[in-house]
Design a protein around this ligand. Structure first.
Ligand SMILES: *Cc1c(COP(=O)(O)O)cnc(C)c1O
Length: 349
């Protein structure tokens, strides 16, 4: 069995973490004179809980995991950075990602002066597990796999992921930012099988709380403890913690919306194939679709001219001609379709 501590950077293993006033005294007192707060009563005049236990309790109940397996980041982006900082020695170690994919893995690696090694997905945005495993090299410490993948929309089969997680000699991060829109189940229920697995989710997409900056992650408690030692002490604001608890406990309000978005996505995917300038529509298990068109730059600007902004992904590997379109409200999809149909007409004049 893999010892996570052997994977850690030396300086992180030796680190004496900052100890907050709130972690040194965890009980309830009458008067707090330990944190240099302004004790006149205001909302949020106290430092928040550094470990966000109220939110972890809500998430634990929701995801059926215990709180010691949960780490909460200031968005998934903070978690991506923490993984790289904990495990990768600048200048020598590498992270691996399957391209095309989410851009933050490469940016975070670059910020930390860590090599970023791209493994290229095939034309259908799939990979062969054995070939990926052969690609692994000494110095690879973290493997990022985004499933369903952004910007391609496909989710990778569980058997393939399993094989890769057990074969990779470092930390595997499964980024499940779009899992609530997918048919494939989350790997959260399987974190106990894989000590080197981190499953990331987020409140930013399906849960409609991008503004709160709440990234969720699930893993073996040894890794949670490492992250707790190196994160900024109060990484989640008290406002965000409270709002997130409310969103999680009232999640029945967003669940029907997710169903509507999935239905909108599936019908939009079919509808898109009827447009003459559409070259290819990729299947999607997320709340966006990737579509290859004849003149992506012209269409992109045309949409902007009509007040609709989509993402031009044509510069990414294997994405020539591709736009990524987020699924909006039914009324927004109707307006988009109207503009897309007119583009055909204007183009053929
Ligand atoms: C949007 C997105 C996230 C979410 O990031 P947050 O920092 O939690 O908002 C994470 N991963 C991928 C692949 C995404 O597309």
């Amino acid at each position: 069995m893999m010892d996570i501590n052997n994977l850690l950077r030396d300086n992180i293993r030796k680190l004496v973490p900052y100890s907050t006033a709130r972690s040194e005294f965890k009980s309830v007192a009458e008067i707090y004179m330990d944190a240099n707060e302004n004790n006149f009563p205001h909302t949020h005049h106290r430092y928040p809980d550094p470990y966000q236990m109220s939110l972890k309790n809500a998430v634990a109940e929701w995801k059926s995991v215990s709180t010691d397996h949960i780490f909460i980041g200031h968005g998934s982006d903070e978690i991506i950075d923490l993984v790289i900082r904990a495990f990768c020695n600048p200048g020598t170690d590498a992270v691996v990602a399957l391209e095309p994919t989410y851009g933050m893995y490469a940016v975070s690696a670059a910020i930390n002066d860590v090599k970023y090694r791209r493994y290229l997905l095939d034309r259908e945005f799939e990979f062969e597990a054995d070939a990926l495993i052969r690609f692994f090299a000494p110095g690879d410490k973290v493997l990022f796999i985004c499933t369903p993948n952004n910007p391609t929309g496909n989710a990778f089969p569980a058997e393939k992921l399993e094989k890769v997680i057990t074969s990779f000699p470092g930390i595997v991060v499964l980024d499940e930012a779009y899992i609530d829109f997918a048919q494939t189940p989350s790997f959260i229920s399987r974190i106990n099988e894989f000590p080197n697995l981190i499953v990331m989710q987020t409140l930013s997409k399906s849960m409609a709380a991008a503004g709160l900056r709440i990234g969720l992650s699930f893993m073996n408690p040894d890794i949670v403890n490492i992250f707790n030692r190196i994160k900024p002490p109060y990484n989640i604001s008290g406002v965000a913690i409270n709002e997130a608890v409310t969103r999680v406990t009232r999640r029945d309000q967003v669940l029907p919306q997710i169903e509507i978005l999935k239905v909108q996505r599936d019908s939009f995917l079919i509808w898109l194939t009827t447009l003459p300038y559409v070259v290819k529509v990729y299947p999607s298990q997320a709340n966006f679709v990737l579509v290859k068109v004849e003149k992506p730059d012209v269409l992109y600007l045309h949409l902007i001219g009509k007040g609709i902004v989509v993402r031009d992904r044509s510069g990414q590997y294997q994405c020539e001609g591709c736009l990524r379109i987020s699924i909006g409200l039914p009324s927004e999809m109707e307006r988009l379709k109207e503009v897309l149909v007119n583009f055909r007409q204007e183009n053929s004049l």
